[in-house]
Design a binder for this molecule. Structure first.
Ligand SMILES: Cc1cc2nc3c(=O)[nH]c(=O)nc-3n(C[C@H](O)[C@H](O)[C@H](O)COP(=O)(O)O)c2cc1C
Length: 188
């Protein structure tokens, strides 16, 4: 029987690994994507980039544009990088990379070398944003809005309590980050 050589994704380039789909072709359940699974947000370019792990948020239409949104704490280094670069990726991984995703969510890139330590293979998308070869789905976004929610605008006690707790210190403020989806890539 002819032996097939195991595929080493580390040796493959972006175009060999991923194909472009439209936002409408994303077939994941949005509640699983945003809730049950968590994801990695990366901002920066090949020479310098940073990632964090996030959960929650969602996908939809905002002002008729396919849009993602996520909630980031004000002191996240990745948020600072998103503001600087104004583009970023949201990467979703197969289950076996959960440990690496948790690692990216365990310490800040502001005071660590986590991007060098993480056992994922960085890759540049054709537009120059950064993601990882191990990802199964990559959503590229153009920053459209960073909103600071006002606790007085919330109507459930639960949300008010959450935001009041989050607003004790300016570095704890939650920011709502909206990005227009520019490209979507899935593993071939
Ligand atoms: C499963 C998981 C989900 C997380 N979700 C969020 C989130 O939605 N928003 C957020 O600001 N931080 C979240 N974090 C925490 C950040 O990933 C973590 O603080 C990270 O170290 C920040 O890195 P940075 O400062 O390099 O950007 C999450 C962490 C984990 C492990």
């Amino acid at each position: 029987m002819k032996k097939t050589k195991p595929v080493n994704i580390r040796e493959m380039n972006f175009n060999q690994l991923f194909k472009q789909i439209s936002p409408e072709e994303i077939c994941d359940n949005v509640f699983t994507l945003a809730g049950k699974d968590f994801y990695v947000i990366t901002a920066g370019k090949e020479d310098y980039y940073n990632s964090l792990t996030a959960s929650g948020g969602g996908l939809g239409l905002l002002f008729r544009k396919p849009t993602t949104w996520c909630v980031l704490r004000a002191d996240r280094y990745t948020l600072e990088m998103i503001q600087k670069e104004q583009t970023y990726t949201m990467s979703y991984f197969p289950k076996e990379y959960k440990g690496q995703m948790l690692f990216l969510g365990s310490k800040s890139g502001r005071e660590s070398d986590k991007m060098k330590e993480v056992e994922l293979t960085s890759v540049q998308t054709p537009s120059g944003d950064m993601s990882f070869k191990e990802a199964r789905l990559i959503i590229e976004c153009k920053l459209t809005q960073i909103t600071t929610p006002n606790p007085n605008d919330f109507y459930t006690q639960e949300a008010k309590d959450y935001l009041n707790e989050a607003y004790k210190d300016a570095s704890d403020y939650r920011k709502y980050v909206f990005g227009e989806i520019t490209y979507v890539w899935v593993k071939k």
